[in-house]
Design a protein around this ligand. Structure first.
Ligand SMILES: Cc1cc2nc3c(=O)[nH]c(=O)nc-3n(C[C@H](O)[C@H](O)[C@H](O)COP(=O)(O)O)c2cc1C
Length: 232
């Protein structure tokens, strides 16, 4: 990873890049019909940490695929997202007073939405509770029609152990998203499953995991390529 790319990824994870991405996304949902929006969601409760940094790098790689690609990083760190309350008619907790409707939903409702990446830290070889809550709330996009149908979706798992459940996390995310009739994608070779990252250096600097960061970029490129193909 070049120094410049690392810097931009870090800026994005710190929120500045997210703001830029948001501007792009807003633009995408407006007049520019040719734009294809790729949304990356970081599901760590720790804002701007390794999952967010890796997701920012994946989005940057996605953006590099074509000038048509615009990106938005949604860092759920610090946001309050309740899980489903079990009510099917509202998609579960749709009226809950939390950050979902304001900070998450608009990007997913954008007519320019072309691809989605979802990343979670591995907690006990499983996705984070925040990620599960977020996934449950996407139920609002299933009725009356499956709004996310045929959207390419890729996943990312981040753990502090080399074999800490990253692939299980990916599997859990993609399994949930299949309930939307999405098109599941992995990454470019060698990230066949998706992005798997190892936060194993004790300093939360995920960019030191070069192999993992490469898998993040490969995920971003694959999702962008698939999105462009499907958007025409
Ligand atoms: C409750 C908890 C459970 C965890 N369980 C695992 C685990 O099973 N496997 C693993 O590799 N890392 C585990 N970790 C470490 C996190 O996955 C790791 O620190 C990750 O980088 C956190 O992502 P973040 O930096 O984006 O917050 C656990 C951390 C916490 C807080």
């Amino acid at each position: 990873m070049s120094k410049e790319m690392t810097r931009r990824a870090l800026l994005a994870s710190a929120g500045m890049g997210a703001a830029l991405g948001l501007a792009g996304a807003r633009e995408a949902s407006g007049a520019d019909n040719a734009s294809v929006l790729i949304v990356g969601v970081s599901c760590s409760p720790r804002k701007g940490k390794s999952t967010a940094t890796a997701m920012a790098a994946a989005l940057e790689a996605a953006q590099g695929v074509s000038p048509r690609i615009v990106t938005e990083l949604i860092d759920l760190g610090g946001l309050v997202i309740h899980g489903s309350d079990g009510s099917s008619s509202t998609g579960g907790s749709a009226a809950a007073a939390d950050d979902f409707n304001e900070h998450v939903l608009p990007a997913f409702e954008s007519p320019n939405l072309g691809g989605i990446m979802i990343g979670s830290p591995s907690y006990y070889r499983s996705l984070s509770a925040l990620c599960k809550a977020f996934l449950e709330r996407l139920a609002i996009l299933r009725e009356p029609v499956l709004r996310l149908a045929d959207i390419p979706v890729g996943a990312m798992g981040v753990g502090s152990y080399r074999n800490g459940g990253q692939e299980l996390v990916i599997d859990q995310i993609l399994t949930a998203m299949l309930c939307h009739e999405v098109l599941v994608v992995g990454g470019k070779p060698r990230a066949h499953q998706g992005a798997t990252l190892w936060n194993g250096f004790g300093d939360d600097d995920i960019t030191r995991d070069e192999l993992g960061m490469e898998s993040a970029r490969n995920l971003g490129m694959r999702v962008a390529e698939a999105a462009l193909k499907l958007k025409g």
